[in-house]
Design a protein around this ligand. Structure first.
Ligand SMILES: Nc1ncnc2c1ncn2[C@@H]1O[C@H](COP(=O)(O)OP(=O)(O)O)[C@@H](O)[C@H]1O
Ligand SMILES: [Mg+2]
Length: 265
């Protein structure tokens, strides 16, 4: 069993070796003078694990996909590992100007052509919170203009994805927000779930609104008014669509009925 992969030029290879050492250990805690496990979810028996490690230069997020069971190992002979998919899409995403954490390294744990797990290491976005936990709390304590400003940033983020042909299958849960200094900055994560296109179709652009509709309207976590503001702000930016707020709402609300989605996603 060995590890192979890619390491960013700026990232010390020694640290990669230490990280591999950490993954071989079962316990937490101090493993090396400079490297410490801060957080750990899941075990090697789970399909997905997360580890946060403190190292020189800042915290590192490790996302580990395990092929648990022989069927998963066999399947992965014929397809790229999650880490490899991430590798392929991540650089393209950044090239297209979408803010995303720095990729530090990816690894595949393998024996010959059998892949047992794959690992994605990214640099932590400091003081960031997933959007779903952030929005409500943040706007709840701010004046009205800050709320509008936040919604504009969401619209701009969606527009940026759409106009660059980046389609994320699970957008809402994978936006990290940093609101340091009052400015809203958004980052795309979970980039192994991204599909890249030259141009997004009408259905793809609406796809990115789905999670927001569920969060703002269906779960009534926010309000219908904020949802409508989001659509309105988006439509101001995207001159390529001639939809109305009601149009977007209807498409998103009725999406389960659209065969198109069943075929494509
Ligand atoms: N580079 C990063 N910086 C800060 N937080 C991160 C980073 N990568 C992941 N996280 C945190 O870990 C969580 C899970 O990561 P993610 O890549 O979305 O995996 P999952 O497939 O489990 O959703 C995120 O919601 C975020 O809170
Ligand atoms: Mg995620």
């Amino acid at each position: 069993m060995g590890y192979s992969g890619w390491v960013s030029d700026e990232f010390p290879e020694d640290t990669v070796r230490h990280v591999i050492g950490i993954m071989k250990e079962t316990g937490d805690g101090l493993l090396d003078g400079n490297i410490r496990v801060l957080k750990k979810t899941g075990t090697a028996n789970d399909r997905k694990q997360h580890l946060v490690i403190a190292a020189d230069g800042g915290n590192i997020h490790l996302k580990i996909f395990n092929n648990t069971g022989i069927a998963a190992v066999l399947k992965d002979i014929f397809r790229a590992s999650k880490a490899r998919k991430f590798y392929a899409s991540n650089f393209e995403i950044r090239k297209r100007g979408i803010p995303s954490p720095d990729a530090l390294f990816i690894l595949e744990k393998r024996m010959l052509f059998l892949k047992f797990s794959s690992i994605i290491a990214t640099r932590e976005i400091e003081e960031s919170t997933p959007f779903t936990g952030h929005y409500k709390a943040w706007v709840g304590t701010r004046p009205e203009k800050d709320r509008l400003n936040y919604i504009e940033e969401i619209a701009r983020f969606i527009f940026k994805l759409n106009s660059s042909g980046v389609c994320h299958a699970d957008l809402l849960g994978n936006i990290l927000v940093n609101a340091g200094g009052g400015r809203i900055r958004m980052y795309l994560i979970d980039n192994d779930a991204v599909k890249l296109f030259d141009n997004l179709t009408r259905f793809d652009y609406i796809k990115h609104f789905e999670g927001f509709y569920d969060y703002f309207v269906k779960k009534a976590a926010v309000s219908r008014e904020d949802w409508e503001t989001l659509c309105r702000e988006y439509l101001k930016m995207d001159k390529s669509v001639s939809d109305s707020v009601e149009g977007i709402t209807q498409h998103v609300a009725n999406r389960k009925n659209l065969l198109y989605y069943l075929k494509n996603y």
